[in-house]
Design a protein around this ligand. Structure first.
Ligand code: FES
Ligand SMILES: [Fe+2]
Length: 398
């Protein structure tokens, strides 16, 4: 039954939507309410996070052995990724099927079974219900198979595991389109990565602001880019139509010691493939391969004005101990949330969120008139294809 308050709220939301749509006349000029309105945020969860998109949740290297698991979130849904006793990787809703307690709290680990603390129900690493205290007195229609953990569709490319909740999500390769090969390139494509560790941060910003961190700003905002002489250039730009996944491949310029860094070895390149690559997968995942750092940034919205990002860093099974130590040191110092070439982003994210209710527009202007094939690395066209799709998916285009 719809009560008067629900009706008022629905009408209010229709008005908000209409006013956003009226100002959102093209994908280059964004009405800033979309970064601050909670009803828009709720709709994004339904249409995007629970809609026909694939979402990266783990790399196979994080699930190194049978019965390994990782917990994460898809939008506001808790997810348990588990490598079962049969070696198959599955993803479940991480919620006890009894009364809905969060089942597993650890970030990663190895477990044959998951036990809910509330009434001690047990589930195996394949998600099956496998026992509970007092089961003989359970209701007469109780059937164990009705109480397995709800499972999500899973697909994998280059060891990167994706999930979707929507039945109509296309096959992963088609979803990634032009950016499928860049994903393989970024993750070295042999499934032989090793996990080095994580860093986690909560940015005070809307998830779209975090993801929309363009290439135009890189040498301008970041002092580190200038010190290192990394200005960007033509690059190899790929954009997936119509979704707006975006990738740039480019030649890393070796750092020439100019006296700024007390220990230049932290930015030294010691590998064999010095082509850098960034892949931004909609809605909110970023992969980078830069110097000797391989990084997946798993992100999730935590409300309309918070974004949590878990930076996972990887090496390769062939790494010597020394090379591995170099990768660890370089990863967090250079590209982690407080890294030398990324630290200023947090401040700008926050400053953008501080103005998200001022009623003005956020606008894209640089290199956005041409076609994606002609784009250079420092243009904003990598952002705008995705915004055109967002406008459509959210129904703001009419
Ligand atoms: S809520 Fe999990 S066992 Fe009861
Ligand atoms: Fe940045």
């Amino acid at each position: 039954m719809v009560n008067a308050t629900d009706r008022d709220t629905a009408t209010e939301y229709e008005q908000v939507r209409a006013s956003i749509a009226a100002r959102f006349t093209n994908p280059l000029d964004l009405p800033k309410e979309i970064f601050s309105d909670t009803s828009v945020y709720r709709e994004e969860l339904d249409r995007i996070f629970y809609g026909p998109y694939w979402h990266p949740v783990a790399h196979r290297a994080e699930l190194g052995e049978v019965n390994s698991f990782k917990t994460t979130w898809l939008g506001e849904v808790p997810i348990l990724v588990s490598r079962g006793a049969d070696d198959r990787i599955r993803a479940f809703v991480n919620t006890c099927t009894h009364r809905g307690t969060l089942l597993e709290q650890r970030a990663v680990g190895v477990a044959e079974e998951f036990q809910c603390p509330y009434h001690r129900w047990l589930f195996n690493s394949g998600g099956e219900f496998c026992g509970a205290p007092g089961e003989r007195e359970f209701r007469s229609d109780f059937d164990r198979k009705d109480y397995a953990l709800p499972e999500l569709r899973v697909s994998e490319i280059a060891g990167l595991i994706f999930v979707t909740r929507h039945p109509d999500t296309p096959l992963l390769e088609a979803f990634l389109g032009e950016c499928a090969d860049p994903v393989r390139d970024c993750l070295l494509d042999d499934g032989e990565l090793t996990l080095l560790g994580y860093q986690k941060v909560v940015y005070k910003t809307n998830w779209k602001t975090y993801f929309d961190n363009d290439f135009y700003h890189a040498p301008l905002l970041h002092t580190g880019f200038r010190i290192l002489g990394w200005q960007g250039g033509k690059g190899d730009v790929r954009i997936t139509q119509p979704t707006g996944h975006f990738s740039v491949g480019y030649q890393s310029t070796p750092y020439v010691d100019n006296g700024y860094l007390a220990d230049p070895s932290v930015v030294q390149f010691r590998g064999t493939d010095d082509r850098a690559r960034v892949v931004a997968l909609r809605p909110v995942t970023v992969l980078t391969k830069h110097v000797d750092t391989i990084n997946i940034r798993f992100a999730r919205p935590r409300g309309v004005d918070r974004t949590e990002v878990s930076y996972a860093f990887f090496g390769h099974v062939s790494d010597t101990d020394e090379y591995r130590a170099h990768r660890v040191r370089q990863a967090s110092n250079l590209l982690g949330p407080s890294g030398f070439i990324t630290i200023e982003d947090a401040a700008v994210f926050n400053r953008q969120q501080m103005t998200a209710t001022d009623g003005t527009l956020a606008r894209f202007v640089k290199g956005v008139d041409g076609c994606p094939e002609d784009a250079t690395q420092n243009d904003e066209i990598g952002n705008t294809v995705g915004w055109a799709n967002y406008r459509k998916v959210m129904g703001f285009d009419h």
